[in-house]
Design a protein around this ligand. Structure first.
Ligand code: AP5
Length: 216
């Protein structure tokens, strides 16, 4: 069992690689972005506030996302957990360490995916996902084989995210550099950090991620 964090800016390819690991290794993806997108459809006051913050490109409060992750750590995960988009702040990183150690678990690797800002804009502006199974596509680099139909599950419910626009992306990037990038030093100091070139093609990135996951 291996627990890993995929760390990187918006559009670095965290979700794409997480889904590969789920398919190949029976790991469980814990994406706080996906959990929050689900919460916002609940119609609750909390969901309304979450939607407003996400659409702007800001970060949701630590208490909310730590609560969401905490609820999921008892799920069966024989292959281990992939933390995708969590932690994003130093308090979240501390909380994750405490939650895992309370369950007698630890973190095996933190994989930083490095991608230039210019590539991130191109990736985010072309992204669409399957609303049924979560498969991730791109207008030019990875379109569906049949236009409008998900390759993985055949659903025609393909959609674009409300925060995948130029204004929200600018704030998402600022939030990443101000609040999330300090985690690179945090995990380096703990001896847990590995870096992969996220600019390479999806297969090459997957091979680099697999090498880290398989290291003793
Ligand atoms: P979240 O959903 O986590 O979004 P994000 O971190 O901004 O990351 P993305 O999902 O945009 O990108 P990704 O790295 O997964 O890239 P992907 O694989 O899709 O968070 C959304 C919001 O929720 C936040 O802004 C915040 O408001 C809130 N939130 C979430 N977690 C939070 C937390 N912990 N604390 C507080 N707030 C939180 O790939 C992108 C595109 O590139 C795709 O089209 C894909 O096909 C393509 N692509 C992928 N890899 C490659 C490659 N190697 N080569 C070419 N194209 C590629």
């Amino acid at each position: 069992m291996v627990n890993i964090i995929l760390l990187g800016p918006p559009g670095a390819g965290k979700g794409t690689q997480a889904k590969r690991l789920v398919d190949d290794r029976k790991m469980v993806q814990l994406s706080t972005g996906d959990m929050l997108r689900e919460a916002r459809t609940s119609g609750s006051e909390m969901g309304r506030k979450v939607a407003e913050v996400m659409d702007r490109g800001g970060l949701v409060t630590d208490a909310i996302v730590i609560g969401l992750i905490s609820e999921r750590l008892d799920d069966p995960a024989p292959g281990g957990f992939i933390f995708d988009g969590f932690p994003r702040t130093l308090p979240q990183a501390d909380a994750l360490g405490e939650l895992l150690s309370a369950k007698g678990q630890g973190l095996d690797a933190v994989i930083e995916m490095q991608v230039d800002d210019s590539a991130l804009v191109a990736r985010i502006s072309g992204r669409y996902t399957c609303g049924n199974c979560g498969a991730v596509y791109h207008d030019t680099t990875h379109p569906t084989k049949v236009s409008g139909v998900c390759d993985a599950c055949g659903s025609t419910n393909l959609k674009r995210r409300a925060d995948d626009n130029a204004d929200a992306l600018q704030l998402r990037l600022m939030e990443y550099y101000k609040k999330t990038s300090p985690l690179i030093g945090y995990y380096y100091a703990k001896g847990a950090l590995s870096t992969v070139d996220g600019l390479a093609d999806v297969e090459t990135v997957a091979a680099a991620v697999a090498k880290v996951v398989d290291q003793p």
